[in-house]
Every structure is written in C-alpha cells, then in structure tokens.
Design a protein around this ligand. Structure first.
Ligand code: NAP
Ligand code: HSE
Length: 432
C-alpha cells in the first residue's frame, strides 16, 4: 500500500458569495480538525469573485486574488478547483473544464452545470484521471449523493423522490399555515431573499428538476438527461387547492420523482398531492427531503437543510475531505463511458388524481361529469361537493389510478357537458 499523501491540499475558490464564504469560514475555523481527519492540511491558496472591493464576512487577506476564474482554476498552487459561482455557461463551465484539463480535481455546488453538462464533464474528468464532486448541488446539506453513490451502491434503486427546492416548500407551507395567496407569499419569499435571481428557476421547478436529473443518473446508471424531466411549477397552485387537498387528507408539494419502468426512465418534477401524515407531507418550510427506495434496503428518508451558507458549505467540505483522503470515485457512481443513454418514458406510471371543478348547481350536473370521466376510462374513488352561496358548487374528485392522458381526455370533454365553469385543476396523487 502506498503511503497516504501528507502534503497540504490546496484549494482555489471561485465565487465568494453565500456558499464560497461559508467554505472559507469552515476552512479557517476547523483547520486542526480537518487536518486530524484527513492527515493533511487543507488550505486556501487563491480566490476569485467579480468585485474585489466588496465587503465580505471573512478575512481573505492571505489568499491570492485572481480576476479571471480560468486563471485561478489552472494555477500551479491549486490542487482542487472549488467552483461556487453558479450558472451553466460562461465562467463556471469554462473554469471547470480548464481545471480538469489542467489536472485539477473539482468540487462544485452547481446543479445547473451538472444538469446541462454532467456527461461531458464526467468524461473529461475521468479521461484526465481527475474527479468532479458535487454533493452540495443536490439538497444542500443532505449527503444524498454520497448515500446513493456509496452507502446504497449494493441496491438496485427502484425510485428516488423528494422535495428539493426549499423556496417552493416554504411558499406552499406558508400559503397553508397563513392562509395567504400565492402572489403574497411569493413576494414575502422575495423580500426574505429566498428566491433565485431568476425566480422561475425556483417556482418553475427548474432548479429542482436539475437536482432530480442528477440523482436519476446515479440511481439508474444513465447519462444525465435534464431535457427529459417533465417540469411543472407551483404558480398554478391556489390556496383553495391547498385547503381542499387538506380536507381530503393530502398536502401539496413540488415533488420530484425518478423511476425506471418497463416504459423507460420517468423523471417528473411537479406539484403533487402526498398523504398529509407521510414524512413528505409533514415537511415544513424551507427544509428538503429525499426518499430513496432500494431493493435490499427498502425505503430511506433523508431530511435537512437544502440551502444556506452553513449547510451548503458543509456539503462542499465533505467532498473536499474525500479528495484529501484520496477517495476517488467515478462521477456518477460508475464510469462515464458505461452510463446508458436513457430512454424517456413516454407516459407516467398510472396514479390516482385529484380533480377540482366548479360545477353549475343544477339537476344532472354531477351525472354529466361522471359520464365524461367514465367515457375517458377514469373511475371515481371519492367525491365531495362543498356548500356555496352562488350558482356554482366547488366539487372535488379523487380518481382511482389512471393515466395523465386519460385525465386530459376527460378534462377536454368537460366543456361540452355545459355544467363546468372555468378550468378544472388536476393534480397527481403520489403514493409515497
Ligand atoms: P452567490 O451568493 O450569488 O455568489 C456567487 C459568487 O460568484 C459571488 O461571489 C460572485 O462574485 C461570484 N461570481 C459570479 N460570476 C462570476 C464570474 N464570472 N467571475 C468570478 N466570480 C463570479 O451564489 P451562492 O448562493 O453562493 O451559490 C453558489 C453556487 O452554489 C451556485 O451554483 C448555486 O446554485 C449553488 N448552491 C447554492 C446554495 C445556497 O443556499 N446559496 C445551495 C446549494 C447550491 P461577486 O461576489 O463579486 O458578485
Ligand atoms: N433555490 C434553491 C432552493 C437553493 O430554494 O432550494 C438551493 O439549491
């Protein structure tokens, strides 16, 4: 056995925002502990950000400053390039590729980069004999990449699902607890600084979709295929739906599900109903939860902070310490050259659906709706009509398992019944 490397591990950090400064603080605060755990010092040699004059909550005076992240990534005195700038093109991509080509290992928190270029980066890293690690990219402080890649490596994974965008979970749970409409809570989230610079990344499900596509690649041994994630955001969710779903024993979550079926790989990130009493149903505020189902282990539930300085920097440092210890793993748990081209499932596995309709309160109206559903092959499991002051009645229907296609056919047939007002709401009920 060769002697472990005892030379200092030298980090170059590009990006000194929330996460970058969090990493600097851990390296400074825990220098002795990090050395004790890895057998070598972990030091920062150089940093980069856009604005050198910005006041940052850490002493950076002993680090070299590079204006250009690519120059930082390729410095002689950098062993590990730590990419904490964000964005899937431009500086983040250029500097990451430059670092790998220059023989550096890379640690990043950038889910967009991995979702869009994961395969190319994995091939580049593995071809160069380097590693690219990205624990912080999915569910912040929760060590889900490590769990899937290492601890659960002996399992055939059946399904991975989770709430992976804290901002959306904050918005949905705040709507519920405060009884406030989406627009008001969205504005609150903006004031609190929870939203990404482009809020659509959060509320449109894109950020969470990036994360799901990364987990799916590891879980099912496929190339990352964010382009095949079926995405729906939370902008369509009303306080009415949150209340009605609660009446029927459910919570609404922006839920990501990835599973390999006989029809191919399913990846969807969309608002779903989950049982209120389930761990996912009970998840409050900005917390994340990832549920992994393996053939031997059964179900594992991981819960924790999905964002923020400390939790995200914690995940970055976990990767840095693995590199310091000499742990070398293929990027997505198996060699990039062996990852399969995913065949996306054309249709999702059948599930029960929640339907909310505004029905004209007149004789035979329910019968017409039931007939339209029946003609589309949709069978009703439960139904509830609410008291009302005007001429239309809110009606909720929970169907037996059916397909989204059948639900869409039924919804398309509803206007012809002449008894449904407005646009019906249809949400999948996920069995968790
Ligand atoms: P942030 O606070 O906006 O910080 C970004 C940093 O990158 C800033 O220091 C910025 O410089 C620097 N930067 C941006 N473009 C640059 C360029 N072209 N050249 C040099 N420096 C550049 O972002 P963050 O929240 O720390 O997020 C960093 C990464 O972590 C992103 O990929 C994000 O998705 C991921 N992440 C974040 C969280 C979280 O809770 N924040 C959680 C999980 C993952 P200036 O400071 O000079 O503007
Ligand atoms: N915008 C993300 C969230 C940040 O709300 O979860 C962490 O990736």
């Amino acid at each position: 056995m060769s002697a472990p490397d005892a030379s200092p591990l030298r980090l170059g950090i590009a990006g000194l925002g929330t996460v970058g400064i969090g990493v600097v603080k851990i390296v400074q605060r825990h220098a002795e502990m990090l050395e004790a755990r890895t057998g070598r010092k972990v030091v920062i040699t150089a940093v980069s950000a856009r604005d050198r004059t910005k006041n940052r909550d850490a002493d950076l005076s002993s680090y070299a400053w590079e204006v250009d992240p690519v120059a930082l990534a390729t410095r002689e005195d950098v062993d590990v390039f730590v990419e904490l700038m964000g964005g899937h093109e431009g500086a983040a991509k250029d500097a990451t590729m430059a670092a790998l080509k220059a023989g550096k290992d890379v640690v990043t928190a950038n889910k967009a980069l991995l979702a869009h270029h994961g395969q190319a980066l994995a091939e580049l890293a593995e071809g160069a004999g380097r590693v690219i690690r990205f624990e912080a990219a999915v569910a912040g402080g929760i060590p889900v990449i490590k769990a899937l890649t290492e601890g659960l490596a002996g399992n055939a994974i059946r399904r991975v699902m989770g709430v992976m965008n804290g901002t959306c979970n904050y918005i949905l749970t705040r709507m519920e607890t405060a009884g406030l409409p989406y627009e008001t809570v969205f504005e609150e989230a903006r004031q609190l600084g929870y939203l990404e610079a482009d809020p659509q990344l959060d509320v449109g499900g894109i950020d969470a979709g990036h994360k799901l596509s990364i987990l799916a690649a590891i879980a099912f041994g496929t190339k990352v295929s964010f382009e095949h994630v079926v995405l729906e955001g939370i902008g369509c969710i009303s306080i009415d739906d949150i209340r009605r779903a609660a009446d029927m024993g459910y919570k609404i979550k922006l839920l990501g599900v990835a599973q390999m079926t006989g029809r191919g790989l399913e990846q969807r990130m969309m608002p779903c109903l989950v049982p209120a009493a389930s761990p996912l149903g009970q998840l409050q505020g900005g917390t994340n939860m990832v549920v992994i189902e393996g053939d031997s282990v059964g179900q594992i539930v991981l819960r924790g902070a999905g964002a923020g300085e400390g939790p995200t920097a914690s995940a970055v440092m976990g990767d840095v310490l693995d590199i310091a210890r000499g742990t070398r793993l293929p990027t997505f748990g198996q060699p990039a050259a062996r990852l399969a081209d995913p065949i996306p499932a054309a249709v999702s596995a059948p599930a029960p659906y929640y339907l909310r309709l505004q029905l004209l309160d007149k004789p035979g109206a329910l019968a017409k709706v039931a007939a339209a559903l029946g003609d589309a092959g949709v069978s009703i499991s439960r139904m509830r009509q609410y008291g009302h002051a005007d001429t239309t009645a809110p009606v909720l229907i929970v169907t037996h398992k059916t397909t989204r296609d059948a639900i869409d056919v039924a919804i398309a047939a509803l206007p012809a019944t002449g008894v449904v007002e407005g646009q019906p709401v249809a949400l999948r009920i996920e069995e968790v």
